[in-house]
Write a protein that binds this ligand. Structure first.
Ligand SMILES: [Zn+2]
Length: 843
């Protein structure tokens, strides 16, 4: 029988046992595996971004001594961007010191104290840059768990001398676009049948970010918020190894380093060799599992704005890993070989290469640091590349684009200054060695700096290809992309500090009119803002001189006439808009000009707000449409209405002044009644702006534009037919231009070329070229002979790409059609093309 004392004794024992059990239970519940946390095994379903964030937060909260989470920004749609730092407790306690030391190793620190060369290398793993290549973020969940799993003692050893940085999802908006769509179309059981809808990611696909941009082409240009915020953090860390995770077609075996040719010539032997070291480590694990893989093919190291090349040009071992899968992979897919490829298979492969990368970094920690240090010592003491100094001239008319270039250099941590003197070097404009002078205010970039390799990659006039079969464009030299006069010299010039011009401050006064010079994007932005307020503007079709001041064609004039509704506030609107955009206003006291057309003459044309429709959706290039959407929305800040091209019949013509047709394949263009309707609207005053392949669609109509006929094959060598099978890729290359730079002759007396000199550097990515228009249109931008400046052009194309039209304007009734054959908005980094689109819209 129980006494009360015994009862209390037993009860106390039971209670403390319950408490103990609860504590034990809590301890094991504290740090959970992804499966425990999410309630399903990784790879059995797609994890939406918010759950990925939650799991990383869970890990950081429950392993605070070895994991630190940092949010570095957010996406256009408001999703968080974050990285996790993972290492040993000791390293985590010294994380800031490790970062500071790493910048000293790269000669990037203001602190000139000698760095500790016995440091831990930093391995940065970036997942899911292409949103519909989804398995890698699932792999990230497996990887972070493996790194913190208490049972995993081997990994604890690696983390003693290695710091891992994980970005579980570079492109959350794209990932969720795909995942939310997939989850909405899949049934209880996913099907491997490849013709089912769950294997058909709908337009624009989850690959890109919110504005349809490919973030894996944006590392150097940083036109997108994701890249801008990430690169800021990346450049504060400068890892020794960077991995960019991708997926490719479902029938492709896994791809890992070493990369394919061409390599850019500035890539060092060490960087080449270590790619092989890593590849062999991965191969060991893949061999053991019987998994198929390939190396040294397809994925080259050349174009500088990728997740592998950008880190490489910044001293790291930069690599792309590609798993067969997204976007067509769904959750399970039937391959050509008859195997079923599941999301789990895809994730476990990415997991394996990730762990192998960390392992190999740990094994080679000291060599990684020594070679990294050598890379940056060479950069500051010898400079990469044959040119040692770049001079970019500061012409007053180019001020806008020069400022934009300086911003780009700053975003990439590239130092610049100015200098005075004379020299001899390569003139980008004439493509010849010439003498030049440098004046105060010109921008001087020296090759002797930590980011020397990046300087060469971005500025050298012609990048040398070790092989022509590349994956991307072969020319991007910034002076061409920004339309700036420049020289490259083999002599060293040491720049002095650069003085940026002071901000423009305009004040209101008692004037007859204000004039805005048409010199760049900032002028266009100011103009667009005034139009949006309902202000009527005028532009001069001819140069003019008034009050002793000279103005070029396209100068915008604001007058009280036609703007009486604004009363005394008019000038305040004008001054505010100009000041906000750093644009100088020229006050004028009379409309009686000394030269040119008086403000009341018909050489000065009034214009108002234009309502712009951008065609988008199925058939339209999502990248092409995205470039224009992003430009209007985020750069010009001018309203644009996005309409599905397949809704052509629903367009409200009465509310449309301008239709922009990006690169695309338009169904309505092969329907006579639709094109008649379009022509009718144009003839009543509408304007079409057609770009790239949309121009080709107009050339197939009888409106007047004609494609230049293909040249007959002149060589009568019968043996030419005997193409070698082995050379099939090479033969294809001879008929293409993967993106090279041509000098276009401009008629800058036409409004489409207002604000430009007599030439424009275009990025030619196809062989489209048109016959000169006779009498029925204006040949505003033409290719003459021998105008190719940089990049690769296939031998069979060189003849075709001359003596033809690239940019033209055709009047139809009271309206017009503008033809822009090349992508003047390319990835929104082709800075010099933006004004042409503004010309096309406003004038
Ligand atoms: Zn990819």
């Amino acid at each position: 029988m129980l006494t009360f004392a015994t009862y209390f004794y037993v009860m106390r024992k039971i209670l403390s046992l319950i408490l103990l059990l609860a504590l034990v239970g809590q301890a094991s519940a504290q740090l959970q595996s992804p499966e425990q946390f999410l309630g399903y095994k990784i790879g059995t379903r797609y994890t939406p971004h918010w759950k990925i964030v939650s799991y990383f937060q869970h890990v950081a909260a429950n392993a605070p001594k070895t994991v630190k989470l940092q949010q570095y920004g957010q996406t256009n749609e408001g999703r968080p961007l974050m990285v996790a730092f993972i290492s040993s407790e000791e390293n985590m306690n010294n994380l800031e010191a490790i970062r500071a030391n790493n910048l000293r190793l790269a000669n990037l620190s203001r602190d000139k104290a000698a760095p500790n060369e016995n440091a831990a290398p930093i391995v940065w793993l970036s997942y899911n840059v292409h949103g519909n290549e989804t398995s890698s973020s699932e792999a990230a969940l497996m990887t972070v768990w493996a790194l913190v799993d208490p049972a995993n003692t081997k990994i604890k050893e690696w983390l003693k001398n290695t710091v891992v940085v994980m970005d579980p999802c570079i492109n959350p908006d794209g990932r969720d676009r795909y995942v939310n769509w997939f989850n909405s179309v899949v049934g209880v059981k996913a099907t491997p049948r490849m013709d089912t809808r769950e294997h058909r990611d709908p337009w624009p696909g989850g690959r890109s970010n919110h504005y349809n941009f490919d973030l894996n082409r944006d590392w150097a240009w940083q036109t997108q918020v994701e890249s801008q915020q990430r690169l800021k953090l990346y450049n504060q860390w400068m890892p020794q190894i960077h991995v960019d995770y991708h997926e490719q077609g479902i029938n492709e075996p896994y791809y890992f380093a070493p990369a394919a040719e061409p390599y850019h010539e500035i890539i060092t032997q060490w960087q080449r060799d270590f790619q092989t070291t890593i590849g062999k480590s991965h191969a060991k694990y893949f061999d053991a599992n019987g998994w198929l893989y390939f190396t040294k093919l397809r994925f080259d190291l050349f174009y500088p704005s990728y997740g592998d090349t950008y880190p490489t040009y910044n001293g790291a071992i930069g690599m792309t890993y590609e798993q067969g899968g997204g976007p067509a992979g769904g959750a399970t897919a039937l391959t050509e070989e008859g195997d079923t490829l599941t999301l789990y298979d895809r994730a476990i492969h990415h997991f394996t290469t990730g762990m192998s990368t960390i392992e190999i970094a740990s094994i080679n920690a000291s060599k990684l640091i020594t070679e990294y240090r050598k890379f940056f010592n060479r950069a500051v003491s010898g400079g990469f590349g044959e040119y040692k100094t770049y001079i970019i001239k500061n012409n007053p008319k180019d001020a806008d684009r020069l400022q934009a270039l300086l911003q780009l250099l700053e975003k990439n941590g590239i130092e610049y200054g100015t200098a005075t003197g004379n020299g001899k070097g390569y003139n980008y404009f004439t493509a010849k060695e010439e003498s030049f002078s440098v004046a105060n205010g010109d921008v001087v970039v020296s090759a002797f700096q930590p980011r020397s390799a990046m300087v060469q990659a971005l500025l050298e006039p012609k990048s040398k290809l070790s092989d022509s079969a590349t994956y991307d464009i072969t020319a991007w030299s910034l002076p061409y992309a920004y339309g700036l006069q420049a020289f490259a010299t083999k002599d060293r010039i040491n720049p002095t500090a650069y003085q940026k011009p002071a901000a423009v401050v305009n004040t209101t006064g008692d004037v007859y009119a204000y004039v805005i010079k048409w010199e760049g994007l900032q002028s266009a932005k100011t103009t667009g803002q005034l139009l949006q307020k309902g202000i009527t503007l005028r532009y001069s079709e001819v140069p003019f001189e008034v009050n002793g001041q000279k103005f070029d064609r396209g100068s915008v004039i604001v007058m009280k006439t036609s703007n009486q509704a604004f009363g005394a506030d008019l000038w305040k609107h004008v001054v505010d808009a100009a000041n906000a955009n750093n644009v100088k206003l020229y006050p004028v006291t009379t409309g009686f000009v000394d030269n040119g057309g008086d403000f009341g003459s018909d050489l000065v044309t009034p214009f108002k707000m234009k309502r712009v429709v951008l065609l988008t959706g199925e058939g339209v290039s999502s990248l092409g449409a995205g470039e224009i959407w992003h430009f209007f929305d985020k750069q010009l800040e001018y309203p644009v209405s996005l309409v599905y091209a397949n809704d052509f019949s629903r367009i409200d013509w009465a509310k449309t002044d301008v239709i922009i047709m990006p690169d695309g394949n338009y169904r309505f263009m092969s329907d006579k009644s639709s094109t008649d309707e379009l022509k009718e609207w144009v003839s009543k005053g509408g304007k079409v702006i057609a770009l790239e392949s949309a121009v080709a669609a107009f050339a197939r109509l009888d409106w007047g534009l004609k494609s230049k006929k293909a040249e007959g094959d002149n060589s009568k060598d019968p043996y030419q037919a005997l193409a070698s099978y082995e050379n099939r890729e090479r033969d294809f290359v001879s008929t293409m231009t993967p993106g090279s730079i041509y000098k276009v002759q401009l008629d800058n007396t036409h409004p489409l070329a207002f604000g430009y000199p007599e030439y424009y550097y275009t990025l030619k990515m196809d062989d489209n070229i048109y016959e000169f228009m006779n009498g029925n249109g204006w040949n505003v931008g033409v290719l003459k002979k021998e105008n190719q400046l940089a990049g690769f052009v296939g031998s069979k194309l060189q003849n075709r790409l001359k003596d033809g039209l690239l940019f033209g304007a055709q009047n139809i009734g009271r309206g017009s059609v503008i033809y822009l054959t090349d992508d003047i908005m390319f990835r929104n980094f082709w800075e010099n093309g933006k004004l042409m689109l503004c010309n096309a819209v406003f004038f």
